[in-house]
Design a protein around this ligand. Structure first.
Ligand code: ASP
Ligand code: MG
Length: 241
């Protein structure tokens, strides 16, 4: 099976957490799967980068902001790949543009248009885990774009859709999709499964668990998405028809 695993910022906070994620990815390969790992920036890195930019200029150019913010995910991709190497696992990191993730030119909130290269496929076939920096792509002019805050989910689902993956797993700090934020409401109820349509409504209503565009893409391409905890075992929530 071809599986995309996406890790968010809290799942990559420090070396121990990166190791946990890397071990899971490497285990997938041992089980016979091909694995693409999509990473977010570590912890609150992106917030810090936004702040750094605003310390320089109140309203930075959207193009430069994208070039700058994309670095957070690139750092994660490098560290994750080094960790996989430390485990003896073949792996290679790719930026969004090396992976060929083509977007429109809406800097700061770009939409995925397609995949313009077969680089990922080649690296997978060479036995690598392919670690792709989330949240970023390239436009027709060859400039770096970002997909909007929380957009690494969308990278993961887009790659799953465009590569024809069997499953997209989103590893996060909650153990699935709830009817309301379980970090705020102790009486929140978890779904074992939820339809694309209902998930889209939750995401558009402000549920942070999935980026709304990732759900749109999942629905359009019928990608099964599993939302599950990085830290606790359990099947999480299947987002599916
Ligand atoms: N690092 C980006 C953000 O904080 C993208 C993501 O995490 O999905 O919004
Ligand atoms: Mg998120």
């Amino acid at each position: 099976m071809l599986i995309v695993q996406k890790y968010g910022g809290t799942s990559l906070m420090d070396a121990d957490r990166i190791r946990t994620a890397a071990m899971r990815a490497a285990h997938g390969v041992k089980a016979g799967d091909q694995i693409v790992v999509v990473v977010s920036a570590q912890g609150k890195t992106t917030d810090q980068l936004v702040k750094n930019a605003r310390d320089i200029l109140d309203q930075p150019s959207a193009r430069e902001m994208d070039a700058y913010l994309a670095a957070g995910e690139q750092m994660s991709a490098g560290l994750m790949t080094m960790m996989l190497h430390s485990l003896g696992q073949k792996a290679v990191s790719l930026t969004g543009w090396q992976a060929g993730l083509l977007t429109d030119s809406t800097h700061g909130n770009a939409r995925v248009i397609g995949l313009s290269s077969d680089r990922i496929r080649k690296e997978l076939d060479a036995g690598n885990i392919v670690v792709v920096a989330g949240f970023q792509g390239i436009n027709e002019a060859g400039d770096i774009t970002t997909l909007g805050r929380g957009g690494s989910d969308t990278t993961a689902v887009a790659l799953a859709a465009l590569l024809g993956a069997d499953l997209c797993r989103i590893y996060t700090d909650v153990d699935g999709v709830y009817d309301k934020d379980p970090r705020v409401f102790p009486d929140a109820v978890k779904f074992d499964r939820i339809s694309y349509k209902d998930m889209l409504e939750l995401a558009r209503g402000g549920a942070q668990v999935l980026h709304d565009r990732s759900v749109e893409l999942a629905m359009q391409y019928r990608v099964p998405v599993q939302v599950l905890s990085s830290f606790r075992p359990g099947p999480g929530t299947m987002v599916i028809d």
